[in-house]
Design a binder for this molecule. Sequence first.
Ligand code: MTE
Length: 367
Amino acid sequence: MSKTNFGKHSDFVVKQENPFNASPPVKLLGRSSVTPTELFFVRSHGDVPMVNVDGYRLAVNGNVSKSLSLSLNELKNNFERVEVSATLQCAGNRREELIAVQPIPHELPWGVEAISHAAWVGVRLRDVLAAAGVDSEASLHQHVDFGGLDEAERLNTRFNFGGSIPLTKALNAEVILAYEMNGEPLMPAHGFPLRALVPGFIGARSVKWLERITVQDEPSQNYFQRHAYRLFAPQIGPETVNWDEGIMLSEMNVTSVICSHVEEEQVASGVVTVQGYSIAGGGRDVMRVDVSCDGGESWTAAKLLNDAGPWAWTLWKLELELKPGKYQLVVRAVDSAINSQSAEVAQVWNFKGYMNNAWHRVNIIVE
Ligand code: MTE
């Protein structure tokens, strides 16, 4: 294990040392419905802060009748402990495929592995908001803004990472302030001592090293809500962008990925087991995963392997009998709102490289 990998698996693939961004090798991803913490991907925009829990306080302020300042122990002792099984996925997952269509400068070229699943423990955000006297009946149009302790630098300015979610989402039982992940206190790289966990939403809203929660009338003015993590039309680029026109990303879209094979892999003829993950955002379920071995001409439904609830990815598997030759494996999924995926990556290209949910294709050679 190298010193710089924050206690992660020795095979963890470091995409960027500083800030630390890393992910598991694709073949180790999705082997079990819970990702071992040492393999859970890390996405950070600034240095990982090493927080001394003795001096740590969480501030709750803004449109509240009683501002709060809570230590970690006060949070643990004063609010009900709950567990949520949830998958986190970065909006930039699968950007590498978009980059192959047209370059996307200054953004991380994630493969298919900016996604992982954990069992999280913490307290319900809505219980903390209730303690601060948030009047949910009167103020459902509001937003809950999260501020992190880490600093990022953009547009020649240093500022803390942040982002917000609508109050309507914040009041749902699945949204928690998490202090444990897979039975252990959060690792520093995952937000020790406390992070927001917003299942069903893009990972950016699950703010790590949480320092402040502000209830406010507007979405967050933080760079990572106001500029980044917005979806723009394909014709928009850095020169023509009007940042206010992008769609502020919140719920994930349905996607599916092959993890068992990599591009141009050579495999033995006979039974070839194709495996991977699929996820539907916003609490929707993955209803069907189709796999093709002929580039999308014909399809067979894969077996869905786990049912870990609405906030979890679905792992899937299909055994194919393949003779020697060249094959293009393809996967696509349908969710419970009958959302499906675009056939071509070019159809979902956008200049920030978010939300790529095109059919995932892997060419293999069977010998
Ligand atoms: N929170 C803070 N404070 N700083 C960050 O850089 N990155 C966000 C989110 N929360 C980030 C953050 C993004 S983009 C993602 S995808 C998830 O954290 C990743 O969480 P993980 O590193 O625990 O996998």
